[in-house]
Ligand binder design. Structure first.
Ligand SMILES: Cc1cc2nc3c(=O)[nH]c(=O)nc-3n(C[C@H](O)[C@H](O)[C@H](O)COP(=O)(O)OP(=O)(O)OC[C@H]3O[C@@H](n4cnc5c(N)ncnc54)[C@H](O)[C@@H]3O)c2cc1C
Length: 351
């Protein structure tokens, strides 16, 4: 263990217990950052030694290689919530280490609309802009005003407005163009005091019986739907507990490819959602099931969730290599049958 400035750097820290999938090796170096000074110090430590820097939040969207990660892993533990009222709206700023669902719960309790459908998503605030977290009719890009981040290339703090974040479906410039460059320190969301909940998603509407609802009722509905799919971490569900949530993104293809996939499935009722740019989003879960996979199916210690086709679950004895081999088999079989290759949603370190 070495101490550098505001941080103590530990060596060979097991990462599997710090992720929800629970597989993979150790971080070569590891630091827990409880304030911005510690993040600066960690960046300086890595910079001086030419060691790559990796940022760990709640580990709920991460797959770590069995051999571990040859980098300084900074676990984000910055806390704090502040808000200000501005022209009828509320700007809520959360430090990157705040648990995401606590922030959603606090906003719903105060009657601030904008995050209610994102209830129950695991992880920390700092990761929400990375893949533009979304569910049940909302994405954080609907409410993000700005992201405060350390630019590891320059060592400077950047205040990045939403327009500069390059948000797209489960994507952003943080993930796509500059992976690993920015360490998110805080995120500001613009919420609507007294606003109505977003009730656009069919599952939520069905659950509420088509009636209007309060923010609190909408949060409860979303949590109930998610729990039934084992898509929260707060339930005693030993079978499906270890996952990254959805392992595959819904593919977005051009119109011609969507026609070709429909033809290959032989089912004109294939789910498809036209996008504003003319492309078409397909259902990864539907394609996986049509390619012959069933919920709960296992190969050794890895399988699909018994309650959600998109979740790849690690059981006792699983290694990362097994998880990735299982995922590849799903990708290969879907591609062979329908000509579309699924992309993984989680970030994969070191494999
Ligand atoms: C049961 C379950 C259900 C889920 N449901 C959903 C869902 O409905 N919708 C959805 O979008 N996601 C979902 N997820 C995925 C996951 O919870 C989200 O992507 C979440 O935002 C990840 O947060 P985290 O703190 O765990 O990030 P981590 O897994 O720790 O990190 C993920 C990525 O973000 C980077 N990162 C994390 N924090 C920072 C930071 N402060 N600065 C810079 N980079 C950072 C990491 O380096 C890594 O590349 C689900 C996961 C699980 C296990």
């Amino acid at each position: 263990m070495t101490t550098a400035g505001a941080v103590t750097v530990a060596e060979r820290v097991a990462l599997a217990p710090l992720t929800t999938l629970g597989v993979g090796g150790a971080a070569r170096w590891f630091v827990e950052a409880t304030d911005e000074a510690a993040v600066h110090a960690a960046r300086a430590w890595a910079h001086e030694r030419r060691v790559p820097l990796r940022v760990l939040g709640g580990g709920s969207n991460l797959v770590i290689a069995d051999a571990g990660v040859d980098a300084l892993v900074v676990r984000i533990a910055l806390r704090g919530l502040t808000h200000r009222e501005l022209g009828g709206a509320v700007e809520l700023t959360a430090a990157a280490g705040e648990p995401w669902d606590s922030v959603v719960a606090a906003s719903v309790e105060r009657g601030w609309a904008g995050l209610e459908c994102l209830s129950g998503i695991p992880g920390l605030v700092g990761a929400t802009p990375i893949q533009n977290v979304g569910a049940y009719g909302q994405e954080v890009s609907d409410t993000v005003v700005s992201v405060r981040a350390l630019d590891t290339a320059t060592g400077e703090i950047a205040e990045i407005a939403a327009a500069g974040c390059g948000f797209a479906y489960r994507d952003s410039m943080f993930k796509r163009q500059s992976p690993g460059r920015f360490v998110v320190l805080a995120v500001t969301y613009r919420l609507r005091p007294g606003g109505a909940p977003t009730l656009t998603y069919a599952d939520v509407q069905r659950h509420l019986g088509g009636r209007s609802a309060t923010l609190a009722e909408t949060r409860t509905a979303v949590l109930t739907i998610r729990r039934a799919k084992s898509m929260t971490l707060d339930q005693p569900d030993d079978v499906n507990r270890r996952s990254c949530g959805s392992f595959f993104l819904n593919p977005i293809v051009d119109a011609a490819q969507a026609e070709s996939v429909t033809a290959r499935t032989g089912d004109p009722a294939m789910p498809r959602w036209p996008q504003p740019d003319g492309r078409v989003k397909l259902s990864a879960a539907w394609l996986i099931e049509r390619a012959g996979f069933t919920r709960g199916e296992r190969t050794g210690a890895v399988g699909l969730s018994t309650r959600h086709t998109l979740a790849v679950v690690a059981h006792d004895g699983a290694r990362t290599a097994d998880v990735l081999a299982f995922a590849r088999r799903v990708q290969d079989q879907v591609e062979q049958r329908f000509g579309v290759r699924l992309s993984p949603e989680p970030v994969i370190w070191g494999a």
